[in-house]
Design a protein around this ligand. Structure first.
Ligand code: TRP
Length: 349
């Protein structure tokens, strides 16, 4: 852990940045595993939340769908409690410095390092017909997202740890050559309980929006009846005991985990609450707890989607605030590298 010195350049609040790809509707796994954990950070960190639409291009997208998904994800952030007065909320492609810095950082990332990224290996397997160079350099663009803002902490799931490690290596490598330009970021791995929401039909697997069965996943925008129906049909077991036991009772454990994430209660409290109950009650109460979280989010989401001008206003302002900060870093990077920076030319954008 690096010691963080508060100076004029390093504001007293640590910078926290996170992002998600606009690849269609989110599940409660995305909410409890990621977005929900971003909300409290806003009160004691300098927070930025980004919709990484350039990353989404690494797999083929339908333009109309993509445009829709980008706005939906931004609305979800806001509906879930990201406050544009406290945080910078923006779309990656609105701030051209992300792509610009990514190019520069790509000259500091080694092929061998990128080849070792497990997410690349996975995706290359799944999209065999389109293993494009962008898929390969995806983590470099992610490094640019993070390093542009002097980010200290990056709240992410366990699966992004390797990308964070690469970001750190790139930053350190650059700093060793050109001086302390980049803050070396730390991952903030999301509390394991909440991050591990499982598939309701096959609790051996992580809940994923790409699951085939609709019953397997609870979407953030599912209506209350649908949520209840999905939980009622959740796969459990025949042991008849309510306890945390991932090996023998993955389904029941998942329901308890979701109940904890939705209510904010601890595992001990969950056990005290349910230990003598039947599975039916666990399912219904978990559905109710999830609905208590989702209902206000759904309402705010629909209000925002009904007022595209307001959403746009928020995103334009977010982009302006982000770009101002990103530009400062970009000029510094260009300058230390020996590229001729011209204030006049930079201003033209
Ligand atoms: N790669 C991340 C994911 O798949 C998304 C992402 C892109 C990100 N840029 C980021 C996350 C910067 C945190 C910070 O979840």
């Amino acid at each position: 852990m690096e010691e963080i010195v508060v100076t004029e350049e390093h504001p007293a609040r640590l910078v926290a940045l996170s992002a998600a790809q606009p690849t269609g509707q989110l599940t409660i796994g995305n909410l409890f595993g990621a977005i929900q954990n971003w909300i409290p950070l806003q009160d004691h960190h300098d927070t930025l939340f980004c919709v990484v639409d350039l990353h989404a291009l690494t797999v083929r997208q339908d333009p109309r769908q993509l445009r829709k998904h980008i706005m939906e994800l931004a609305a979800i952030y806001l509906a879930a409690g990201i406050d544009p007065e406290k945080s910078v909320v923006f779309i990656q492609s609105h701030v051209h410095q992300h792509a610009e810095l990514a190019w520069i950082l790509s000259t500091f990332a080694q092929l061998g390092e990128l080849e070792r990224m497990t997410q690349f290996k996975d995706k290359a397997q799944r999209h065999r017909h389109n293993v494009n160079a962008g898929l390969f350099t995806y983590p470099v663009l992610m490094a640019a997202d993070i390093l542009l803002y002097g980010t200290h902490v990056v709240p992410v799931g366990e699966d992004q740890k390797q990308h964070l490690e690469l970001t750190r290596d790139i930053a350190i490598r650059f700093n060793n050559l050109y001086g302390p330009v980049f803050q070396v970021p730390e991952p903030m791995i999301q509390s394991q309980g909440a991050a591990r929401i499982r598939d309701l039909q096959n609790p051996e697997k992580k809940m994923s929006k790409s699951a085939e069965s609709d019953l397997a996943k609870v979407m953030m925008l599912d209506d209350a009846d649908t949520v209840l129906k999905k939980f009622k049909k959740a796969v459990t077991d025949s042991l008849g005991k309510i306890r945390f036991d991932e090996t023998n009772q993955a389904g029941v454990t998942n329901l308890l985990t979701i109940w904890c994430a939705a209510t904010g209660h601890s595992r001990e409290e969950a056990l005290a609450h349910f230990s003598h109950d039947l599975y039916g009650k666990l399912k219904v109460e978990t559905a109710e707890a999830v609905n208590a979280v989702l209902t206000p989010i759904r309402e705010r989401y629909h209000l925002l989607m009904d007022d595209p001008m307001e959403l746009e206003r928020i995103l334009v302002r977010g982009a302006e605030r982000a770009a101002q900060r990103a530009e400062k870093m970009m000029v510094r990077v260009l300058d230390v590298l020996g590229l001729p920076v011209h204030a006049e030319i930079r201003r033209r954008g």
